[in-house]
Design a protein around this ligand. Structure first.
Ligand code: ZN
Length: 154
């Protein structure tokens, strides 16, 4: 099958990479390995265990919120980020990375301040924005970044 007929979609629960027919990409399919829904309307929790599946192997760009529990602006932005997920998925997958837990990943991408939003596609950074944003600004920024990179049709 070509890329126009199916997409690789990572599973946040078990780290498997699922091949999903394009016609079913909008539906909330389940992981073929663990049976957990590939999307549940909430941002995924990004970890070392599922990073490769979600950020490197998946055909769906990943919008990551680098945050920490002690960061007030991060906690304030959390509801806005969750709300953005309902509008940006399934074009994008949204995920949260706790920089206290996953310090290695935060260091890999040189996160200097939080919150920082980053769009990753096939492991490569395609956009980055620091500072808390409301839902409308998150969506507008993400759509602009995708259009600029020509991946808005994914
Ligand atoms: Zn799974």
């Amino acid at each position: 099958m070509s890329n126009t007929e199916s997409k690789l979609v990572g599973c946040a629960a078990c780290g498997a990479t699922n091949r999903v027919p394009a016609s079913k990409h909008d539906a909330r399919g389940k992981c073929g390995r663990c049976g957990v829904a590939l999307r549940n309307g909430e941002p995924a929790v990004l970890t070392m265990e599922n990073f490769a599946a979600l950020a490197e192997r998946s055909d769906v760009p990943l919008l990551v919120d680098f945050w920490a529990p002690w960061c007030g602006p991060c906690r304030q932005m959390a509801p806005a980020f969750s709300a953005a997920a309902t509008q940006l998925e399934p074009t994008l997958r949204l995920a949260k990375l706790n920089t206290e837990v996953e310090q290695g990943l935060a260091q890999r991408y040189g996160i200097q301040s939080i919150p920082t939003l980053m769009i990753l596609h096939k492991g490569r950074e395609i956009a980055r924005q620091s500072g808390a944003m409301p839902t409308t600004a998150i969506i507008a920024w993400a759509q602009k970044a995708l259009a600029h990179r020509g991946v808005s049709s994914l």
